[in-house]
Design a protein around this ligand. Structure first.
Ligand code: LLP
Length: 411
């Protein structure tokens, strides 16, 4: 988003015009930014057979998945529903990786039937997989390397107390099952967490997986998950993809030499690809003065963007109706849900008047995807801007959507 001639623009689209045309609240995604992020990642890894598997839980809109596909990005999914959305977006099963956590074996069967790779995350499911498929189907294993990293405790996934994956210390049990059922383990997976600040955490987790991998002769890939850090506010630490790519490429090449064969390296970024492309446009319904503070109540809330409430996450906010940031006042920007759904407290913004369009940044990842119908309100519409054109990619919900699955009985 840039300010040009006194207005905010996403590509060549004026933000206030988008709000007028499509209504608010509205999710807007900048397709160009997504493509830029893809290319940055693709170029950062040198001399490596790299596959990017977009963790589509971050933003599952079919048109976004189609854009990923067009630019050579494959998919990581965590539910049969995400898998079906991926197929609908034109992916073949073999381009999709299924990384569920503690699911019923039926979901694994569904993924295998659809030709997807499955990441198995516990010994029971490995045993069931062996009983059903033996060596006839390849599979991958999710390992928990016991490395603690991530933006906050709720989004760490590789530390010892985490529910995810098979503990790296259980190698003997895994190998016993591999031998018992002649399992064809073609990949090892680990995911460190989200918003991982330290490149050293990725390197540490990778080195543990590489060591572990030496006991698995049929590997085709190592999947190091997602978790790259993007900036949510100015000055935030971010993963320096260029230097990280170089370091990890060298490290991976050394591993491949030791392993005796070149393998593919997979990553599953979510935020890195879609956080910064996304904007949530909301309207100020009310500016309420109280002693010592001013509230701005907007036409959105935790039902549309839960990250500030769930993780105390910072989302930058600008007033698109008053881009002159030279005079700022301090506001508590709050949602309209009947709960304390504060988007920001004590936030400096250019003067807000009722009716103004505010924009929350970094709303692409885990924004719409985590939205709900709480308070029986509609989920927002979504717009994707491609080559300067704004496309509606999801309609705003209506009362029919709210009532769809209710079954009324006579009481
Ligand atoms: N791979 C696996 C197996 C994952 O569980 C995740 C995210 C990713 C990849 C992608 O991680 P990313 O690159 O997006 O950090 N709702 C939280 C984030 C939860 C992440 C869950 N797993 C948030 O809004 O911060």
């Amino acid at each position: 988003m840039q300010v040009r001639e006194g207005s905010y623009y996403i590509q060549n689209q004026k933000v206030t015009d988008l709000a007028a045309q499509f209504g608010t609240p509205l999710y807007v995604y900048d397709g160009e930014k997504i493509v830029q992020q893809i290319q940055q990642l693709q170029q950062a890894f040198v001399g490596i057979d790299l596959k990017i598997k977009y963790a589509c839980k971050a933003l599952t809109s079919i048109s976004v998945l189609k854009l990923m596909r067009k630019h050579g990005v494959e998919l990581d999914v965590v539910s049969p529903q995400e898998l079906q959305i991926g197929l609908r977006a034109g992916y073949s099963g073999s381009q999709i990786n299924f990384t569920p956590s503690g699911v019923d074996f039926e979901e694994i069967e569904f993924a295998v039937e659809n030709g997807a790779f499955v990441n198995l995350d516990n010994l029971d499911v490995l045993e069931k997989f062996g009983q059903k498929y033996g060596s006839s189907k390849p599979c991958m294993i999710r390992i928990k390397p016991n490395v603690a990293a991530g933006g906050n405790a709720k989004i760490m996934t590789a530390h010892e107390g985490s529910k995810f994956g098979i503990d790296i210390r259980q190698q003997a049990e895994i190998l016993a099952l591999v031998e018992k059922y002649d399992l064809k383990i073609v990949g090892l997976h680990q995911h460190t967490g989200s918003d991982v600040k330290e490149a050293s955490a990725f390197i540490e987790a990778a080195s543990r997986i590489f060591e572990f991998a030496m006991a698995f002769p049929d590997l085709q890939c190592i999947d190091l998950g997602g978790g790259f850090k993007v900036a949510y506010k100015e000055g935030d630490y971010t993963t320096d993809m260029e230097s990280f790519g170089k370091e990890l490429s060298g490290f991976f090449q050394q591993f491949c030499e030791r392993y005796g064969r070149k393998l593919q390296l997979w990553f599953e970024p979510g935020k890195y690809l879609v956080s910064e492309c996304g904007y949530l446009l909301v309207r100020a319904n009310v500016v309420k003065q109280a002693p010592g503070r001013t509230f701005v109540g907007v036409d959105s809330g935790l039902n549309h963007l839960i990250r500030p409430m769930m993780y105390d996450a910072y989302h930058h906010i600008v007033n698109a109706s008053n881009p002159d940031a030279s005079v700022q006042e301090t506001y508590d920007v709050v949602g309209y849900i009947c709960e304390t759904d504060n988007f920001a407290l004590g936030r400096p913004l250019s003067k807000v008047t009722a009716g103004d369009i505010l924009v929350l940044l970094n709303a692409g990842a885990y924004g719409f995807a985590m939205s709900s119908q709480y308070n029986s309100r509609f989920r927002p519409a979504e717009v994707l801007i491609l080559n300067g054109e704004a496309h509606l990619i999801r309609q705003r919900e209506t009362m029919d959507d709210i009532l769809r699955n209710q079954v009324e009985i006579d009481v």
